[in-house]
Design a protein around this ligand. Structure first.
Ligand code: GDP
Ligand code: MN
Length: 350
């Protein structure tokens, strides 16, 4: 099952094994999944779909992470449904606890005050968001990989995915791929933008040029505000090396010092996206409009010819950018000036 090892990164165009061999060559990539023992059933359902629609042809490996030890039952249940190697990792407590500079009483009061906001009262949710923002890519089980595909329990893959998204990313010099982009609930991030602006002022040399800041900015008189646009991070096909970069970690550390993961409820989605907006140009970011995806309550459903060809089990009109144009940020993304890039043909596997 796992006979092929990726070596294509350094291969030249003259001989591309994936075009001639009977099996695809894998990229140096992994599914990265943060999950609790109690979510076994819903993760199994998601992985069955992911395997059937994609990974049964590729056998990409999995890394599952948890701040508590995975049970034997959990591990056995996952091994039953995956076609690639799977490893189970424990999160080090430094990556899932309060840093010394956080006032925990202030954090508790902030949770009480935010009781009416979704997850606003939850302490574990905050550790989760901070972990996904600044730590998951430092877990030793991910050290060997260049690319990750984030998966969560309960998500659905309603269409065939007949090509390798990782390969598409590498061949086209992409660093960040998404399926759904929407506007954040402002109540969860009162000072995230101010803090990010301060970071940019103090570290203007770190910004990409061109960058994608127009994607997240809204001009209001003399003020530049955050429009809330971000890529939904429950699905990401992206570069681990981007997250490991000095600039991204400088940004994460700056946010972490400010304390908003605990005093507010900063999500990893806007944090990743603001990082992407500062440090990438548009050609490095890709909307996978041909990957059908559901994470409650939103869909990305391929349309037109693609919908038929990929045998999608979703409704085109339910795709977020059709159903709720005000909440979707696809127009903001498409409005960014195009940067010349490449688009190779996708190699389709039967
Ligand atoms: P939502 O997508 O914002 O509604 O949040 P989820 O409940 O889906 O959590 C996001 C991801 O983190 C999912 O993969 C969850 O399984 C995982 N997760 C959330 N909280 C915890 C936690 O306390 N421990 C662990 N191990 N995983 C968590
Ligand atoms: Mn979720």
């Amino acid at each position: 099952k796992q006979g092929h090892v990726s070596s294509s990164r350094n291969s030249t165009a003259s001989y591309d094994p994936a075009r001639f061999n009977s099996r695809p060559v894998r990229e140096n990539a992994v599914f990265a999944i943060l999950v609790r023992n109690g979510e076994l059933g819903s993760l199994v359902e998601s992985l069955k779909q992911l395997e059937e629609k994609f990974n049964k042809r590729f056998h990409y490996p999995y890394v599952l992470l948890n701040e508590q030890p995975f049970t034997e039952e959990f591990k056995a249940g996952i091994k039953e449904v995956v076609s690639g190697k799977v490893e189970f990792g424990l999160i080090p407590s430094e990556h899932w606890s309060y840093p010394a500079w956080i006032d925990q009483e202030k954090a508790r009061l902030a949770r009480v005050a935010m009781k009416n906001v979704i997850y606003g009262g939850s302490e574990p949710y905050r550790h989760m968001c901070r972990f996904n923002s600044g730590f998951f890519y430092r877990h030793h089980l991910l050290d060997q990989y260049d690319w990750y595909w984030r998966v969560e329990p309960g998500v659905k893959f309603p269409c065939i995915i007949p090509y390798d998204p990782f390969r598409f990313m590498r061949e086209n010099n992409k660093l960040y791929g998404y399926t759904i982009t929407i506007k954040e609930f402002k109540e969860t991030i009162p000072t995230l933008w101010k803090t990010t602006q301060n970071f940019m002022r103090e570290n203007s040399d770190t910004l990409a040029s061109p960058n994608m800041l127009e994607f997240v900015e809204k001009v209001n008189g003399a003020e530049v505000e955050y429009n809330g646009c971000h890529f939904w991070s429950n699905f990401e096909v992206a570069s681990l090396n981007f997250l490991r970069s000095e600039v991204y970690n400088k940004y994460f550390d700056y946010l972490d010092q400010a304390g908003g993961f605990f005093y507010e409820r900063w999500g990893d989605a806007p944090v990743h996206s603001l990082g992407v907006a500062m440090f990438m140009d548009k050609s490095q970011v890709h909307w996978f409009d041909d990957i059908g995806y559901f994470h409650g309550p939103l869909w990305n459903c391929p349309k037109g010819e693609m919908h038929k060809k990929l045998q999608c089990d979703c409704l085109e009109k339910k795709s977020i950018e059709k159903e709720n144009q005000n909440w979707s940020c696809i127009n903001e993304f498409n409005a960014l000036p195009n940067i010349p890039g490449t688009t190779s043909n996708k190699v389709i596997w039967p």
